[in-house]
Design a protein around this ligand. Structure first.
Ligand SMILES: NC(=O)C1=CN([C@@H]2O[C@H](COP(=O)(O)OP(=O)(O)OC[C@H]3O[C@@H](n4cnc5c(N)ncnc54)[C@H](O)[C@@H]3O)[C@@H](O)[C@H]2O)C=CC1
Ligand SMILES: O=C(O)CCC(=O)C(=O)O
Length: 390
């Protein structure tokens, strides 16, 4: 039985992927081989000895202690692109809320409860509506920072609204570059993007390199009155600097999915409770993708969409499968193969890949190796984890 511990509300469609005769899936479970979660923060939790994989049903993995997992040979997965459309649509809502007096106008209408006469209400509204006039998005410039799964969709959506789009992404993948509409004008750096945009939307991961990329200094490059949208992560924006810039009239509005105390009670801030990926469709897509990736890893040892291990897969060749992870130093695979040869275990097929400080190996062997063979592999210098998959 594979034991999967869940955190957060995971879509039933994803949970239903696990065959009940092979899996126990629950939020309270001992000795889990894998975790399935969304945004729950795991940095301060003890890592169980049995843990071999963690699947984040979503994109951002800043809630996971990736470095510790890598050292322990634990494979961390995410679900790239599976919730991108949901975020794109909320960015669209953010753009519309920021360009028109929608929230302010709606709040005003709700104050009119003491007017009983419809004609009187209509007359008053016609007088007052000028207070809630806005601007059209048509012809304005959107700056997209980070042109990955979400950023490229946001760029495409803005072009469809007849906005101009400028983008900045110093590490654009080849795949993302192919996806990106050619009308997106690439900027050399963040400062020039900020100087060219009426609206700026952030779509970068929370990393050490992106921490407070929006700060007192970078905010000074903004066009006066520009709107900043942050549906990425709180850590990317220095919120104290945002408040100072709003107070100084440099930044016009801040629209975000990450409220903080200093942002509340302001008419120039629209804050949502981290609902970028909170649609039935995105929750299902992420949960199904995460579950399928976990099962392929547990049943076959294959790795797809890991954030700390290399992509690797091999078709089953019959026989028995051994997988192992090791520190990425020379000679480890050779030692493991000698252990197999010394014990007369015949190798049918194998594949080996590395990523930064770790390597991962899949070896199909003719017959099920004795436990002592697996113990000898585990004892090879620099081997981190070993699994035998029937
Ligand atoms: N509000 C919400 O509920 C959600 C928020 N997110 C956040 O959005 C982030 C992005 O998601 P995806 O587009 O799916 O990820 P992605 O990995 O497809 O794209 C991220 C892009 O950012 C770029 N990038 C990295 N550092 C950069 C820098 N310093 N300047 C400019 N670009 C940089 C990368 O090269 C990559 O192309 C996630 O990491 C997550 O934090 C994602 C989903 C839902
Ligand atoms: O699971 C969620 O609701 C949050 C999604 C998210 O922030 C992400 O995918 O990075």
């Amino acid at each position: 039985m594979y034991k999967i511990k869940t955190y957060n509300q995971i879509s039933v469609k994803g949970l239903d992927r696990f065959p009940r005769d092979r899996y126990e899936v629950a939020s309270e479970i001992g000795h889990p081989i894998a975790y399935l979660l969304r945004s729950h923060k795991l940095h301060d939790e003890v890592i169980p000895e049995t843990l071999r994989a963690v699947a984040r049903a979503g994109a951002g993995v800043n809630n996971l202690p990736i470095e510790a997992y890598t050292q322990r040979g634990i494979v961390a997965f995410n679900t790239p692109g599976a919730n991108a459309n949901a975020v794109k649509e909320l960015v669209l809502a953010g753009l519309l809320l920021g360009s028109r007096g929608i929230t302010q106008g709606m709040s005003y209408v709700q104050t009119l409860t003491d007017i009983g006469d419809a004609a009187a209400m209509s007359k008053l509204l016609e007088q007052e509506k000028k207070r809630f006039a806005g601007q059209e998005l048509y012809g304005k410039t959107l700056g997209v920072v980070g042109l990955g799964a979400i950023g490229s969709m946001v760029a495409e959506m803005a072009l469809a609204l007849d906005m101009k789009v400028v983008g900045f992404d110093p590490a654009l993948s080849v795949e993302a570059a192919w996806r990106l509409p050619s009308q997106v004008q690439k900027m050399e750096n963040l400062q020039s993007l900020l100087a060219h945009a009426d609206y700026v939307s952030l779509h970068v991961p929370a990393l050490e390199s992106t921490r407070h990329m929006i700060n007192r200094e970078t905010l000074q490059s903004l066009r006066p009155g520009a709107t900043l949208l942050n549906f990425a992560r709180d850590a990317i924006v220095d919120s104290a600097a945002v408040v100072a810039s709003l107070d100084a009239g440099q930044l016009g509005q801040y629209i975000c999915d990450f409220p903080e105390p200093c942002l509340l009670g302001r008419s120039d801030v629209i804050a949502m409770p981290h609902i970028g990926a909170s649609t039935a469709e995105a929750e299902e897509n992420c949960a199904v993708m995460a579950a399928d990736q976990l099962m392929d890893f547990l049943h076959n040892g294959n790795i797809k969409n890991s954030v700390n291990f290399p992509p690797i897969s091999m078709a089953r060749n019959g026989g028995c499968r051994i997988t192992f992870s090791n520190e990425n130093v020379s000679g480890v695979l050779g030692h493991v193969l000698s252990v197999l040869a010394d014990n007369e275990v015949n190798v049918l097929d194998m594949v080996n890949k590395s990523r930064e400080q770790v390597a991962y190996n899949i070896i199909d062997v003719e017959q099920s190796p004795h436990d002592s063979v697996i113990d000898s592999i585990a004892a090879v210098d620099h081997v981190i984890t070993v699994r035998v998959i029937a």
